[in-house]
Write a protein that binds this ligand. Sequence first.
Ligand code: F6R
Length: 615
Amino acid sequence: MCGIVAYVGPRDAQPILLDALSRLEYRGYDSAGLAILNGKGVEVRKKSGRIQELASACQKKPVQGRIGISHTRWATHGGATDINAHPHLDATGRLALVHNGVVENYLELKAKLAKAGHKFISETDTEILAHLVGDAFASSKAQGEERLVEAVRNAIKQVQGTLGIAVIHSDLPGLVVGARRGSPLVIGIGDGENFLASDTQALAPYTNRVVILQDQEVVALKAERYDIASPLGVRSDIKVEEIENGVTASDKGSYPHYMLKEIFEQVSSIQNAFRGRLDHDGATAKLGGLNLPSEELRRIERIAILGCGTALHAGMVGKYLIETLAKIPVETHHSSEFRYGDSPTSPHTLFFAVSQSGETADTLGALREAQRRGFPCLGVCNNVASTIARQSNGGVYMHSGPEIGVAATKSFTSQVAIFTLLGLLLGRLHTLSASAGHEILQSIESLPEKIGQALSHSDEIKKVAQKYAKTKSMLFLGRLANFPIAMEGALKMKEITYIHAEGYPSAELKHGVIALIDKETPTVLIATQDGVYDKNLGSLQEIKARSGRVIAVAHESDAKIKGLADDILPVPETHPLLQPLLNVIPLQLISYHVAVVLGRDVDKPRNLAKSVTVE
Ligand code: F6R
């Protein structure tokens, strides 16, 4: 969480920092700040609220200077206030620091510093870090720029937890020091100017030449050069990478919100996920990025999928797809649980880490744990330059294009698309017949059109949303592969409307959840015509018998359910294995429309961030 940008060069730092920072707002948006060396000392501006608030404050009272650091925050320690916003200063007020991560032993460090006479004005762990670096600077015997580098190195030795930091000191007016442990940092190389940022997206308008800082490295960044060192010594084999410049795609176009744009983009994003990966001759899929020959793929006895939130829900649909098509057992894990749990792992297991951003700290931690246990772990990522994409032993990119809305939509369907391909590929290596493979390939090819058809019901769904928007609590039910779709529907509803919602397997209703059913608590029931259709109708009747209202996700052609449910969210029919991909679309739309009726901040819901880079 949190985004960092630093600049050093010949230009005015303030507009560059504000612009680059706004590209990182998806990492956190509860407060923002910057610190610039103005020739006399460190000048700071910070504001709670969005980066726009900071920009207005800077417009009223600009800060002049050619070197600075900035930060957009997602609060961990201390509320979203002006004072808790970064940057934080050390005891002398001459050093400023921004931080992404968590100082786990901050109370212990704070007590030690307080004993030595330090006073703190914020409730953050980061202020402790600024004071630690300041103290290390004061006691350092090193000369010149090495003094700040050494101070950072010595201070972070005392810290437990994760950090990506950028530090400036008014005694060293041409230097930014950055350090990374766990939280990503990227150096952007310009012409006579350099940048430091949490990810490459921030740098897109300024440079496409980057160096990814490795864990435990410290960088001394100046306008004309940068030096990188780890505890093992100076890095001499620096690889400058050229990244794709992704500035263009973050435009809302004619849509009122990114989320709606991204929901509608699923017609093309699904095509991108399948493009070049369908093998009609072999009635199978091609996934070159797996880096595994057929013989090795055939030896896989188990698959484990790691992810968080929406990505995990996609993995749960993936489990169903792979088990059905390839008959290979699949386990899914919340990344955070796998990372610290004792769950046994079987030999010949292939791991997948699923992450849109590729920066989710829990999933990165889980991936590393799987690798530590000696398993290959492949990535399913959207962000090609991300830490998870780099850390994994291969994988499959989603090619969804930037997803800006905090609620994941198109990335979900792309992830499910990839697991469909994986199921098909593994299935064809085992017992799946060529005719069954062809049937799936044909259905895949008609999916974009069917997604378009599902989206064409948006206005009807808006009317249903208007009817239910005042509800306090909702249930989402589905069976088999539609159970994770129900969970995903409930998650969307919670995160952007703030209405309490829970997703359950339909049949679990009678084991306790049914106690919640009354006139005020509507149920969204996924009841497309499949092998458990009649069972779902049974659940529908049980809800109606208790005066509950039912909104059914049903096939457009299903006349029977129209007479039973209160409202219908219609979807076209497709191959039963692909149906969940269509069923999620009305659930995305209903959450979106409810959020709009309630006047919620759809693209930036409260308390959330697009990329969760802290544990
Ligand atoms: C929900 C949502 C989150 C993310 C989760 C994982 O709409 O966006 O639940 O899915 O934080 O994020 P990634 O996929 O970036 O690892």
